[in-house]
Design a protein around this ligand. Structure first.
Ligand code: ADP
Ligand code: MG
Length: 232
């Protein structure tokens, strides 16, 4: 799998949310997309997930337009929306069927995916009884239904309490073993815990693309620190 984001720009009237942004992601990588609020993370992620069209530029997966290979990309929105009165299983069945999976495929896939996100035994619980961390894990399950080769997660832990954050980060660490990940966050520590590569975005522009090894080297093996200038 090779994802190419090529010179992507997104304008909302006079506001440039993403500004000539390019990067590549290769199979097996876990990339943190880090930047302050308003940096353009969600906009870029929606473009990668084919939820939104860029004003300029293109995103290719293995050389193909993402609209042609939609199932290859799993998307976890910043604010996942669920029908509170549905059970977890009903949610995944409904969402799976909406996106073209057959009932038999789902009957097979759902228990496996529920286990993967640590929700085994919760199949018949209503979403409204779920904690924030559980809802986020259900969102990850939904994004994984198609067995995508890349999963894109928009601030998956930013709104969670410490327990939820821990649960979700542990699940992401597991998923990382067999799925390529792009994870956006405004908190460096979240990305630092799970990613090996860090791409910093600010005012819609890529300002840094570096690896854990490079950062450790620069800081003579001490703690990783990246300057995410908050002042703009
Ligand atoms: P982040 O996810 O990094 O916080 P966003 O991608 O949500 O940043 O937003 C980037 C910039 O684009 C912000 O200034 C935001 O106000 C603006 N923006 C995002 N979506 C829209 C929209 N639908 N219409 C107008 N402006 C938008
Ligand atoms: Mg955002």
């Amino acid at each position: 799998m090779n994802l190419e984001i090529k010179n992507v720009t997104k304008k909302f009237k006079e506001k440039t949310a993403v500004d000539h942004f390019s990067m590549e992601i290769q199979s097996g990588q876990c990339v943190g997309l880090i930047g302050p609020n308003g940096a353009g993370k969600s906009t870029l992620i929606k473009i990668i997930s084919d939820i939104m069209d860029p004003s300029q530029g293109v995103v290719l997966l293995d050389g193909k337009k993402i609209s042609e290979v939609k199932k290859e990309i799993g998307y976890l929105p910043q604010y996942p929306n669920f029908f509170q009165w549905m059970t977890a299983k009903e949610t995944l069945t409904f969402m799976g069927q909406l996106s073209g999976l057959r009932k038999e495929e789902l009957t097979r896939a759902i228990p496996e995916i529920m286990a993967k996100v640590g929700l085994s035994g919760e199949e018949n619980s209503k979403v409204r009884t779920f904690s924030g961390g559980m809802k986020q894990r259900l969102g990850i399950a939904q994004a994984l239904l198609h067995k995508p080769s890349l999963i894109v997660m928009d601030e998956p832990v930013s709104a969670l309490d410490p327990i939820g954050r821990r649960e979700v980060l542990n699940i992401i660490k597991e998923i990382k073993k067999d799925t390529t990940i792009l994870l956006s966050t405004h908190i460096l520590g979240d990305a630092e815990e799970i990613c090996e590569r860090f791409v910093i975005i600010k005012n819609g522009q890529k300002i840094e693309d570096t690896t854990r090894a490079e950062l450790l080297n620069k800081n003579s093996g001490n703690k990783i620190s990246i300057e995410i200038a908050e002042k703009s």
